[in-house]
Design a protein around this ligand. Structure first.
Ligand code: ATP
Ligand code: MG
Length: 242
């Protein structure tokens, strides 16, 4: 890795979808080993930021680096360092769970015998061994979430990016995922996640970034962001006369 201390660095990133500006001058850094929660309302630009970071979308200006590698000019180096757990289920419908993981490993140059060993280990870890030879449509949505995690981890990346990893999960799976992410972070992996659950951000992360309308509103350590009075909202429920 070229830059070992800063895992992710965005500098003045701007992204347009035709005339619509989804990211406006976005700059922030995520340190190596951090557990970073990226928060913001629907449509704020979280997934767009992740897509730009992982090369799924192009940005029009600004720079993005992953451990010092430019995500456009040095895409292969930067992408290899990232495991992506996307917001949508985007699995090949013709492959079994095991094949799917082995194929994914192949994109990163992992030989089939080693990929098969890793796939079995991850399926066991996420309690999917029983479904090893099924296709993904035979899974419940919580199981699909677990499969996304297995796929993100198959090449043992330095950074794990998770776009709403626990939405739609039952409590047991949520706690299993939290425990596993905490453990991975303790082992030194840098974790970047988006979530709509404050409880999740509060429990897991060290740093919080907030985005709204494509602009960074706040970045800081968890304590200072959560104590920021200017970010507090008051909800009033108004009822009519009885
Ligand atoms: N492919 C696309 N083409 C056009 N507009 C898009 C596209 N993808 C996203 N957008 C727009 O960009 C904005 C940011 O979307 P994005 O998916 O990044 O939001 P988000 O913060 O991830 O929201 P959510 O919490 O709902 O997942 C939205 O206004 C969305 O409609
Ligand atoms: Mg999103």
């Amino acid at each position: 890795m070229r830059n070992s201390e800063i895992a992710i660095a965005l500098s003045k990133v701007t992204k347009f979808y035709q005339k619509f500006q989804a990211l406006d001058n976005v700059s922030f850094e995520v340190k190596r080993g951090d557990f970073f929660a990226f928060l913001g309302p629907n449509g704020a630009g979280k997934t767009t930021t992740i897509n730009c970071l992982t090369g799924l979308s192009n940005h029009q200006s600004g720079e993005i680096q992953v451990f010092g590698y430019d995500t456009t000019r040095e895409y292969i180096h930067s992408r290899r360092l990232i495991g992506l757990c996307s917001q949508e289920f985007n699995f090949d419908p013709f492959l079994t769970l095991h094949q799917l993981l082995v194929y994914q490993a192949g994109y990163f140059g992992i030989l089939p015998w080693e990929a098969a060993r890793r796939a079995d280990r991850l399926l066991e870890r996420f309690q999917l061994t029983e479904k090893r030879n099924c296709k993904h449509r035979a899974l419940s949505s919580g199981m699909k979430k677990r499969l996304l995690l297995c796929r993100a981890l198959i090449h043992d990346p330095e950074i794990l990016i998770l776009d709403e990893p626990t939405s739609g999960c039952d409590l047991e799976l949520k706690f299993l995922t939290w425990d596993y992410l905490t453990q991975l972070n303790k082992e030194g992996k840098t974790i970047f996640l988006t979530t709509h659950y404050m409880e999740e951000a509060e429990k897991l992360c060290k740093t919080i970034g907030i985005i709204n309308h494509g602009r960074i509103v706040r970045i800081g350590d968890k304590k200072s962001v959560l104590q920021d009075k200017s970010l507090e909202a008051v909800f009033l429920e108004v009822t009519g006369p009885e």
